[in-house]
Design a binder for this molecule. Structure first.
Ligand SMILES: *[C@@H]1O[C@H](CO)[C@@H](O)[C@H](O)[C@H]1NC(C)=O
Length: 589
């Protein structure tokens, strides 16, 4: 068992490094056309194996070795019987003639009614097409009847440059169809055919993927995108700058007033943030949990920057999210030490002693819910017979990665963090007993403050969210990682600023419980994003079905939790810097 696992991991590593080794061919060389998946066009998570539908089956199912990320993305590739040898034209070749029984026809009818598309890969180039078409025809007494047609002929246009394959297009012939309409023949014989045309191209091999980057992003579309992004960013930054100026003024006035009070203590009035100096540095309740959240947030922040780094150097291709998933899984495992270290070192600074509990919380706060949601989704996917269900081997690999890399790194990080000698640099001594918090109006309680805190950062990313959702949960292409990176940076800056401002107003009202508040306020954008998920699902997309819904809401919940932790960390960390700074500037006796 262990040996097998080692073998699987070795295969995985090999497949990560040795991919796409051979791309050069001579005329007549056999090049395999791989069938990947089929599924309803509107529900991108609901994918099935191509050969689950009764197409011409290959003699022996030859599976392509895929990377971890590709498998996680629901890809399973099987060699098709199409003979697309290099530079061999075919006029009309027969793939197979087969008899479709009652069950076969039923399967095709479901597929046609749900607008199934298929995806092939040819020399690592993805191609798509529809399985068939639906036509609504008025019959004699002008009643609408739906006609279902299965495409039986596929034409491939392939371009080559010397010994390389540059481009492939697939088209189906709308006149060569089999009528599978409801109420028609319950059994029939169908002949599947195909044709191939090769032509030479001058495009170089390195540029062949560019087509996919540009695909669907018309020039005009891109301009609108840029314009709206710049527009929202400028608005948000202006607003932030405006608020920052006000806050600076107010702070300056405070400092002037407090220093005057210090010189002349008799007519000093006792109010404002200065008078909670004995309480602001009192460590928050549920310290262990707090540190675990902060630690995980730090890890996710570093992880995001690493992923952006990879994206900006062009490591990810659109239409092949495998690389992105591989990167996410491996980077998460490798950055686990950061969460352990950060969590333990803050916990130490906050004079915590329950180390084991803190480590357990740190390693399970994100992975625990993720695992639970994964179990639910995988069960649903298995029930559907979808390729989105991970095979047993892949689950073993991921669990091994978790047990052999993530957990040990978290522990090592935790031990290092526990042994750091840094003290919590509090500029004021903490009083023995907490000061009473004055009665405050309703809008100063947690929930309204979270709504206020999340609003501005959310409006900075709102436009971008649509594009991201349309590419992750739809078929649009997202390739402009530079815009995404700029928006992400703006999001971080605005979150930090808003949280600092709210912390200031909270302390000015003499409410000194800012630790948890700043974390929750910073993270509240994550909740806004989750609310947006519902809007997108209901109003902007055609997704349907139980499986698509569980995948969509389940994994989005995890993404939003990640966002919550990451932004919560930013909110708390910037508030801590701010609070330390202002209390260092006053005399706190
Ligand atoms: C594929 O389709 C595109 C767009 O229709 C076209 O520009 C290109 O020449 C086609 N390629 C081949 C090999 O036929």
């Amino acid at each position: 068992m262990a040996l097998r696992a080692v073998f699987v991991v070795a295969c995985l590593c090999l497949s990560l490094t040795a991919r796409g080794a051979k791309h050069s061919f001579t005329a007549g060389d056999k090049v395999t056309l791989w069938a990947n998946k089929v599924g309803p066009f509107s529900s991108p998570s609901e994918t099935y194996q191509y050969y689950d539908l009764p197409f011409c089956q290959p003699e022996n199912k030859d599976n392509k070795l895929l990377t971890l990320g590709e498998v996680v993305d629901g890809n399973r590739m099987v060699a098709t019987p199409y003979d697309l040898s290099f530079r061999v034209d075919k006029d009309k070749a027969t793939l197979c003639s087969r008899h479709l029984g009652v069950e076969d026809i039923k399967a095709f009818r479901t597929a046609l009614a749900k607008d199934y598309y298929f995806q092939f890969f040819y020399d690592d180039l993805p191609i798509w097409g529809y399985v068939g078409k639906v036509e609504t025809i008025k019959d004699a007494d002008s009643k609408d009847t739906k006609k279902l047609f299965l495409f039986t002929h596929i034409h491939f246009d392939i371009a080559y440059n010397e010994d390389r394959i540059i481009e492939i297009n697939v088209s189906t012939d709308p006149t060569q169809v089999a009528d599978l309409s409801e109420g028609g023949a319950e059994e029939q014989d169908v002949t599947f055919t195909y044709s191939v045309t090769w032509k030479s191209s001058l495009l170089s091999f390195d540029k062949r993927m560019d087509k996919y980057r540009k695909y669907q992003f018309l020039k005009q579309h891109l301009e609108i995108h840029w314009f709206s992004i710049i527009n929202s960013c400028v608005t948000v930054l202006l607003l932030t700058g405006f608020l920052a100026t006000i806050l600076m003024r107010v702070l300056k006035n405070d400092f002037v007033k407090y220093s005057r009070d210090d010189e002349d203590p008799d007519d000093a009035e006792e109010s404002g943030w200065k008078f909670v100096h004995g309480d602001v540095f009192r460590f928050p309740p549920a310290r262990s949990l707090f540190c675990a959240l902060v630690g995980t947030g730090t890890q996710l922040l570093v992880l995001s920057f690493c992923v952006f780094g990879l994206a900006l150097v062009g490591a990810f291709y659109p239409y092949n999210r495998g690389a992105m998933f591989t990167a996410l899984i491996i980077l998460y495992a490798l950055t686990a030490g950061i969460s352990g270290y950060t969590s333990a070192s803050y916990y130490r600074q906050m004079e915590g002693t329950k180390w084991v509990g803190n480590l357990l919380l740190t390693s399970s706060i994100f992975c625990g819910p993720l695992f639970a949601i994964f179990c639910v989704n995988n069960t649903v996917a298995i029930a559907y017979g979808s390729t989105a269900a991970l095979p047993f081997g892949t689950i073993v690999i991921i669990l091994l990665l978790w047990a052999l890399v993530t957990v040990p790194l978290t522990i090592v990080g935790g031990v290092l963090g526990k042994n750091t000698r840094t003290e919590f640099a509090a500029p004021c001594r903490t009083n023995k007993y907490p000061r009473e918090i004055p009665e405050l109006p309703w809008y100063r309680s947690v929930m309204p403050q979270m709504v206020m805190a999340g609003f501005l950062p959310f409006s900075a990313i709102y436009i971008e969210l649509y594009y991201i959702f349309a590419s992750v949960w739809g078929h649009k292409v997202y390739t402009i990682y530079s815009i995404l990176f700029i928006v992400f940076c703006i999001l971080c800056v605005v979150t930090a600023f808003i949280t600092v401002a709210l912390t200031y107003f909270q302390l000015a009202a003499e409410d000194h419980r800012w630790w948890w508040r700043s974390f929750l306020a910073g993270g509240s954008t994550g909740i806004f994003v989750y609310a947006y998920c519902f809007y997108y699902y209901l109003a902007r997309s055609d997704m349907n079905g139980l499986m698509q819904a569980t995948f969509y809401f389940g994994y989005n919940l995890m993404v939003c939790l990640g966002f919550f932790l990451l932004l919560g960390y930013i909110g708390w960390r910037s508030s801590l810097l701010f609070v330390r700074r202002i209390y260092r500037a006053i005399k706190c006796e």
